[in-house]
Design a protein around this ligand. Structure first.
Ligand code: BG6
Length: 490
């Protein structure tokens, strides 16, 4: 569907996200000829820079980060001609005149306000837009994470933004929902007859969802130390993946049908009590170690890190969903920084065969599993038992592999490219609704509270490992192992 003309306004327009992700994403879509010829990107910043100075910053900061498609001079010129820099104080409605003047008056032109700013100023920006007459039925607002730091702040954001924009105009970004494989998971589950009959407690033994990063906290310590892995990754990305794996078939791909199904999962997550919380959650903090053979410092020795920081950089937990479909099936969720490998994957493990007709005991059979790989490579792998070639009847694990890159030669799209296109098209399916956001915070809040009130510390783990040993013990108690422990050669 061709996009209609738009003015995309990036608040935080000279910030890290705009430079690293948003402008490169828009460039890629421009090169793909997705953008209407007169569409513009208005970058809003506080700095009193001229248009030329700002474009110079884009040239030196953003352009080098564009790897694909390779930047050509003509395409770059066409792209930068769309950029307009506007300097104002986002929290002062009286300073919005330059933005009012920069925006085109024609109401048929879609106005998108992308708030890549701290959430503390979302409300003031929305009110200022309204006060300046910049909100019409054809305008949309995009909210970048973190979307609050607990239930109360998330509710406050929803309420304040909701005073200015209708829910149908609000796009809450979780960039994991823009990843190719996440949508392929929808295709896998609901575009095939094979999986849905098996997708339940009778056939599935457990599900593991891992997002592991080799990177440390980098230059984001100021933010990260007040957040931690639970807020930064689990409350949003991991829970969204869990929702897509566990949701009931939506009636259609329409935004509310999908979001209703996801909401039902969030509301069915078993609540933790102080006892179950201690038994089922492990948190850790990285210490010095080696990643890819390179020595890396401890979290507490990162620049500006508090010497006694209690912020977790790793979380592993066993979650359960109280529904007929999933009762009793553990969902192991895990995320961490400075891990042994950088990957994001979902592993659905099926139950063991009930009886072996071969001269091999049942427990020598690896249960079937489906590995859904989000990154670094994108694909699906089904592990099956097969006969080894030659004489005799010996069964061994074999793999059916679908590598998306191999199979579909079409060019890739980064998550932000897809999500920005969806915003510009008015397609809400891949964005969180307000009630989903609140349900996710409601579930994690007891965990946050217990960590805040107690005086215990996260467990230390060496950088370049898979986290504290307690994470293996957590899953080991159920007689299971994390995938890399089962398949070390992977
Ligand atoms: C962000 C987190 O939302 O996701 C970062 O704030 C994290 O801490 C990042 O590094 C991971 O995203 P991706 O797409 O690189 O896996």
């Amino acid at each position: 569907m061709a996009l209609s003309d738009f003015d995309l306004v990036l608040f935080g327009g000279s910030g890290d996200l705009a430079m690293r992700k948003l402008l490169p994403a828009m460039y890629a879509r421009d090169v793909a000829n997705d953008l209407p010829p007169t569409a513009r990107i208005i970058c809003v910043g506080r700095a009193d820079a001229s248009q030329e100075e700002f474009l110079q910053t884009v040239e030196t900061t953003s352009k080098p980060l564009i790897k694909s498609p390779a930047v050509t001079q003509s395409a770059w010129q066409r792209f930068t001609a769309r950029i307009v820099y506007v300097s104002l104080n986002a929290t002062d409605a009286t300073s919005y005149k330059p933005l009012v003047e920069a925006l085109r008056k024609d109401e048929a032109i879609t106005k998108v306000y992308y708030l890549a700013t701290p959430p503390a100023i979302f409300a003031q920006i929305c009110e200022s837009l309204k006060e300046n007459g910049l909100v019409t039925p054809n305008s949309r607002v995009v909210l970048e994470k973190p979307l609050g730091r607990d239930l109360a702040s998330a509710k406050q954001i929803n309420a304040e933004v909701g005073k200015v924009f209708e829910e149908s105009q609000i796009y809450r970004i979780d960039h994991y929902l823009g990843k190719e494989t996440v949508q392929n998971l929808l295709a896998l589950r609901f575009g095939n007859i094979l999986f849905e009959p098996l997708w339940r407690r009778e056939w599935i033994s457990d599900v593991q969802i891992t997002i592991a990063e080799k990177l440390g906290v980098g230059n984001r310590l100021g933010y990260y130390d007040t957040s931690g892995a639970l807020r930064d990754m689990l409350q949003n990305h991991l829970l969204q993946l869990l929702c897509i794996v566990a949701m009931e078939p939506p009636t259609s791909i329409s935004p509310d049908a999908v979001r209703d199904s996801k909401l039902q999962v969030l509301r069915s997550l078993k609540r933790f009590t102080p006892t179950t919380l201690a038994q089922n959650i492990v948190r850790g903090q990285y210490r010095a170690g080696h990643v890819d053979g390179k020595a890396v410092p401890s979290y507490r020795d990162e620049p500006d890190a508090p010497a006694h920081s209690r912020t977790e950089t790793f979380v592993a937990m066993k979650a359960e969903i109280d529904t007929w479909r999933w009762a009793g099936v553990p969902f192991y969720l895990r995320t961490g920084k400075r891990m042994a490998d950088g990957l994001a994957e979902i592993v659905v493990r099926f139950k063991q065969i009930p009886h072996s007709i071969f001269n091999q005991p049942t427990n020598s059979f690896q249960p079937n599993s489906l590995v859904i790989r989000l990154q670094p490579d994108e694909g699906l792998r089904m592990n099956l038992m097969a006969k080894t070639p030659g004489d005799g009847m010996r069964l061994k694990q074999a793999e059916l592999e679908l590598d998306f890159r191999e199979q579909f030669k079409s060019p890739r799209m980064e998550a932000y490219e897809r999500l920005l296109l969806d915003v510009l098209r008015g397609q809400l399916t891949l964005f969180m609704r307000g009630d989903e956001l609140e349900a996710a915070w409601e579930w994690v809040e007891p965990i946050l509270n217990s960590w805040e009130s107690e005086d215990s510390y996260p467990l230390p783990y060496a950088s370049g490992t898979w986290g504290p040993a307690a994470a293996s013990a957590l899953i080991g108690r159920d007689g299971l192992q994390w995938r890399e422990e089962v398949l070390p050669e992977d």
